[in-house]
Design a binder for this molecule. Sequence first.
Ligand SMILES: [Zn+2]
Length: 157
Amino acid sequence: MSAAPLPHGSSGDGWQWCAQGHKHWGLYGAAGLLVRSGDLVLLQHRALWSHHGGTWGIPGGARHLGESAEEAARREAAEESELDTAPLVETARFVDDHGGWSYTTVVVGADEALPVGIRGGESVEFQWFRVGTLGSSDGPELHPGFAHTWPQVRDLP
Ligand SMILES: [Zn+2]
């Protein structure tokens, strides 16, 4: 008797090894939402208890089984902030594919850089930063994963 297939939408919470030998969060990969408004980028100040707590990154997390990267990025942003993701239009995406695991950055545009409140326990605050300050020595301390991706996504539309 074979095991029943996992239902669509099963949680992807868990660790996954990639082909490059890293251990990553997200059984089916992970995705994050990079919100831009003109020259500004919306970042999440991560809760101190979280992995690399206290650093700044983008809202995101593990994809569920059968969930697209865009669905996952929007769902995670909605779980972690009061941002209304519905009007945000995708302008670009970047897939960091490690083989067996990937992280997709979904870039969306916001008309206005309005204040964004937090939701859930994974965030301390959300704040808009000028593109030019990210990655510079006087900029915010970035989450290592986001710091790695940022140079590859900063010039996307
Ligand atoms: Zn990897």
